[in-house]
Design a protein around this ligand. Sequence first.
Ligand code: AMP
Ligand code: GLY
Length: 424
Amino acid sequence: MKVLIVGSGGREHAIAWKVAQSPKVDKIYCAPGNAGIAEYAECVEIGAMEFEKLADFAKQQEVDLTVVGMDDPLVGGIVDVFESKGLRVFGPRKDAAILEGSKAFSKDLMKKYGIPTAAYENFDNAEDALDYLETAKFPIVLKADGLALGKGVLICNTLKEAKEGVKEIMTDHRFGSAGNRMVIEEFMTGREVSVLSFVDGKTIKTMTSAQDHKRAGDGDTGLNTGGMGTFSPSPFYTKEVDEFCQKYIYQPTVDAMAKEGREFKGIIFFGLMLTADGPKVLEYNARFGDPEAQVVLPRMENDIVEVFEACIDGKLDQVDLKFEDNAAVCVVLASKGYPVSYEKGFPIKGLETFKGKDGYYVFHAGSKFQNGEIVTNGGRVLGVTAKGEDLKKARANAYEAVKWIDFENKYYRSDIGKAIDEAE
Ligand code: AMP
Ligand code: GLY
């Protein structure tokens, strides 16, 4: 089989690595890819939003399956374009990817179908939002409706901050058209857990849990980022929590989308908060998490291509999804200054140390070839993942492997997985 992967980050590297394990696959392409993905795939210089070019390429090369890693092309309708040309593709169509593409849509869906989430109101103009704030309780959470690179959420402690937030989102358009509408919702407290799942339109099978670290600095300080590290499984995601979520959140979400005529096929990523009143949905994503994929996929036992195909064919009920009984930790190596401003183009040393070391992986997020060398090419540069028989061993292994890599301005959080100690 020939497989095309769309995307260029650490998540797509993890997907490419996992697809490469499949005995069914003899050729992988990745558009646009990066220097790490190039180890498994032929990287093709077509952007993830160039749907027609991508589909033409897939036709020409007789690609059997396309897997879309990123949110933007999914929300933009890449799956519809591929399907209209008779190409097999894994991911939700545009009318289903709206689950991630519009927070107002997802909140209304949850309300309509009784899926637990924070209380909220949607707004499509700044005046109404400002009026509403006058009687609101603080802290309060403001969310731009559309995709905003994970940065469209503002937690405001005072009325003044919240008013400024509404202005930023709706008047100054800091997140562009993503802020044409907004959600204002109740502030919740609790542990966060990411649960990724495969969905075939009817059946949902969840993967092992994970936890992300979104803030740039140790102790969850500093700005929000795309994710600075993950661990899997989450010790807080107990059997009881899982049972609750399976019954009241996961299957109800899939059924709700089907009832709305928006059958969802692909990945649903549930961002959950474990509150004192039980688990609630913070957000939905319509794709693998980044860097959740980098800890979940190395623990997955199945041939991922078989699972992708089962989702497309509506046969996920026949798949027995299995994960190893161990743990994994991913530490993101970023460029100093991320997520604001940072320099690029520094040679990355030590990548070869990972070769042949079982249970250690280096997934590239922002790298490229330059004059025969691999150099830094982004804010997040690499995700170093290590497995271990338990979370503590995995964490120790990951931080050991972090030392194998060197590049100028290398920055990482030193407390990824600290929550593991609090679980005891
Ligand atoms: P989201 O993109 O909706 O997951 O929001 C990004 C981050 O903002 C989440 O991971 C939480 O840390 C935080 N957040 C979002 N919604 C809420 C909420 N209602 N209460 C507290 N924190 C929230
Ligand atoms: N790690 C969070 C996300 O992928 O959105």
